[in-house]
Design a protein around this ligand. Structure first.
Ligand code: SR1
Ligand code: MG
Length: 400
């Protein structure tokens, strides 16, 4: 059963009836526009005559571009839990959360439409200093605070049990880990990239994809964002002090492997870098993009080490932290390769690649897939961000 959907014209009356979700907006003077451009939701921005604004996000019962593909609207509950957990563990790293309307499958959050979606900023060649570090700290704080490092075992088990998100996890399991690595009707690519796509189907790749899918399915380490690509991040207008990147779109949230969120960022940085190279963007921008993995990882690691003395269980020794960080790094590299590959081969492609003309698209896609394959198969031997950067440069150069 699906719930009644809002329309721009019905939002003011809705806000009048739900003042707790209005975020200070005066419904009497509110102008409303629908701005949802993702796959799964209605997103309304209501702004009043005084300039106060709020975002209402309502889950659709289907995929926007394919109404025959049903997706339960209950996923909005996962998003609400994600905002509550982020506010508790990493304040300021997500838009402010005003509340959930269970009956209408809707949340109200802070309007950050004056900020830019990071993917768009990257596509335009805009440097956003500090964004990678902010996200590294966000992943670390959320992970630490919701895992058995920062919470009691009972809290972690209760949190994981309450974070079931079966249908959206199934989308990830299929679209990320399965479909891009075999024939599937969701797949598509430029003919000239076929060798790089078929190279993702040999035993060396499939063995690592199996290992990483197993991790995704079985490792409930802590709460993860679950879909932390650059289209799920706002970056501040330039000149903003403090936090310059905030994560949003938390509906894929679940308890999972912490490396998955890092890998999502890494894979999308690879796509951004491949676009920048294909477009011959300024060397300063390309170098900055190439450094994003290091910036993100270094901030993640530093924040984890900073939080480590607060761990709640002395069974977790300093030596265990070292091995856990090493494993998390290697997994993040592998997840990153998979996340980059799915955005080129499978369903839900990305503007970094799709908005390029054919020659540039083939160059960007072919080089990114070649690097992604190496990230997946060689991840155990890639020690750190500097080694990954060198490996990626070589892999990219080997395409064509
Ligand atoms: C049907 S949803 C397709 C994709 O959009 C989201 O961004 C997730 O990445 C999902 O896999
Ligand atoms: Mg999304």
């Amino acid at each position: 059963m699906s719930v009644e959907l809002l329309e721009a014209a019905t939002v003011p009356a809705y806000l009048t009836a739900h003042p707790d979700l209005a975020g200070g907006v005066d419904p009497a003077t509110a102008q409303v526009r629908e701005v949802g451009d993702g796959n799964l939701n209605l997103v309304f921005i209501a702004e009043d005559a005084a300039g106060a604004s709020v975002v209402l996000k309502q889950s659709l019962p289907y995929v926007r571009t394919d109404h025959s593909w049903a997706v339960p609207q209950d996923r909005i509950f996962a998003e609400a839990r994600g905002y509550e957990a982020a506010a508790r563990t990493s304040p300021g790293s997500t838009p402010r959360f005003f509340g959930l309307d269970v009956d209408r499958r809707l949340i109200a959050i802070e309007d950050l439409s004056a900020w830019a979606v990071w993917r768009s900023a990257l596509n335009e060649g805009r440097i956003t200093p500090g964004a990678g570090a902010d996200l590294g700290r966000y992943v670390a704080r959320l992970a630490f605070g919701t895992s058995a490092f920062g919470a009691s075992a009972a809290e972690v088990r209760a949190g994981a049990a309450g974070a079931l998100n079966i249908e959206l996890c199934r989308i990830t399991e299929d679209l990320v880990f399965t479909e891009p690595f075999r024939d599937h009707e969701h797949n598509g690519w430029d003919e000239a990239v076929t060798p790089a796509v078929l190279a993702l189907r040999d035993d060396a790749v499939l063995a690592e994809v199996a290992e990483l899918k197993w991790r995704f399915l079985t490792a409930a380490e802590g709460r993860i964002h679950g879909d932390l690509h650059t289209g799920s991040v706002f970056v501040a207008p330039s000149g903003t002090d403090g936090i310059v990147a905030k994560a949003f779109d938390l509906e894929f949230g679940v308890y999972g492997p912490i490396a998955f969120d890092l890998g999502a960022l890494f894979g999308n940085f690879l796509l951004a870098g491949s676009r920048a190279a294909a477009l011959d963007h300024a060397p300063e921008f390309r170098d900055w993009v190439a450094g994003l993995i290091g910036e993100t990882w270094d901030a993640f690691e530093a924040e984890f080490r900073h939080l480590w003395p607060q761990r709640v269980d002395p069974a977790f020794t300093d030596a265990f932290l070292e091995s856990w960080l090493t494993e998390t790094w290697h997994r993040a590299v592998g997840f990153g390769g998979i996340k980059a590959a799915r955005r080129i081969v499978g369903w839900a492609k990305v503007s970094d690649i799709q908005t390029l003309d054919e020659e540039a698209r083939v160059q960007a896609a072919g080089s990114a897939l070649t690097a992604a394959r190496g990230w997946i198969t060689e991840r155990h031997g890639i020690a750190d961000p500097a080694a990954l950067a060198a490996f990626t440069r070589e892999a990219v150069a080997s395409w064509r």
